[in-house]
Design a protein around this ligand. Structure first.
Ligand SMILES: [Zn+2]
Ligand SMILES: [Zn+2]
Ligand SMILES: [Zn+2]
Length: 313
């Protein structure tokens, strides 16, 4: 058990310190405290499980998000925009590139490169994106930094001088236009289209059927996130000993898929036992051979054929 609390100041909803008015049963007063008991830190680090998982998720998504921003910004169109404007005013002018897209992708890249430098023992500013960087190049730059940071995440998250700044730089969402964009800022404004599906099991915290499953990509594990406001539980398929991968596994459909290579077509089944397809079809119609969506198990075909040979003898 950890004896430390989340240094982000996370509190337990509905749970109170002994010194709080609302502590104990049957409180009738008007103290509005929604919960003042602190959340334990995750083992080995200074932030709670929820903060840790959120930080990790934003880091894992950073390269995709920056690539996404650059692809929307499309620097090739930005260049064309300048050219068209000086050449002719009668040509339809594409919408100008939103400065926010450029600022956000540049800020995120600068922040993550700075952290990657720090991990490498060099405390110097991080490089931003070259003007007009294409989406794939931007993605590669950020992914390189993120891989370094994720590899040291537990060390950074256990460093009291670093963890707050890392969280602030990555997972804080600013209400207005940010001075410095975080990954989370970009993620809420230009969300990635991950095509998540609804899980078939309830959230382990709030017990509602509100968990979205996002399949793993880029070699990352699958993710499970509760969408209930206030809950915000999340985990990936490696957390807690891989427990959630089995809890939220896609239920296997009961029927056998027709493309299952171990199943034979009618013609192949007939060929296997040196009969005419019409003969095998007759076995199926007579209920001697069980079909599986129009295909047949090899063992079944052999058994029926053997029995028919016995009957014919
Ligand atoms: Zn309280
Ligand atoms: Zn926390
Ligand atoms: Zn929940």
């Amino acid at each position: 058990m950890s004896d430390r609390y989340c240094i982000r100041g996370c509190l337990r909803r509905g749970e109170h310190f002994a010194t709080c008015d609302r502590h104990g049963e049957n409180y009738k007063g008007d103290n509005p405290c929604a919960g003042c008991a602190q959340v334990d830190a995750r083992d080995g680090v200074l932030i709670c499980e929820r903060c840790y998982r959120r930080l990790r998720r934003h880091l894992e998504d950073a390269a995709d998000i920056v690539g996404h921003l650059r692809s929307i910004a499309d620097p090739t169109k930005a260049a064309a925009f300048d050219r068209i404007r000086v050449q002719s005013s009668s040509i339809e002018i594409p919408a100008p590139v939103a400065a926010d897209l450029i600022d956000a992708s540049n800020d995120i890249t600068t922040t993550l490169n700075m952290w990657a430098n720090h991990v490498a023992g060099e405390d110097r500013p991080g490089a931003g994106l070259p003007a007009g960087a294409m989406a794939d190049a931007a993605h590669a730059v950020v992914q390189l930094a993120v891989d370094v940071i994720l590899d040291e995440l537990d060390v950074l998250a256990n460093d009291s001088h670093q963890v707050d700044a890392l969280c602030d730089g990555v997972m804080v969402v600013h209400r207005d236009a940010p001075d410095v964009w975080t990954v989370a800022d970009a993620a809420v404004r230009w969300p990635l289209d991950d095509a998540p599906r609804w899980a078939q099991a309830a959230c382990p915290v709030c017990d509602l059927m509100a968990v979205r499953v996002q399949p793993g990509r880029n070699g990352r594990p699958s993710r499970y996130r509760c969408t209930t406001s206030d809950c915000e539980w999340e985990a990936n398929s490696n957390d807690d000993g891989g427990l959630w991968a089995s809890v939220f596994a896609e239920p296997t459909p009961p029927e056998i898929r027709p493309h299952d290579p171990s199943l034979l077509t009618l013609v192949d089944a007939a060929r296997l036992v040196h009969r005419e397809p019409g003969t095998v079809r007759g076995w199926v119609k007579a209920g001697d051979l069980e079909p599986h969506l129009g295909r047949y198990r090899e063992a079944d075909v052999l058994a029926v054929a053997a029995r028919k040979r016995g009957e014919a003898a």
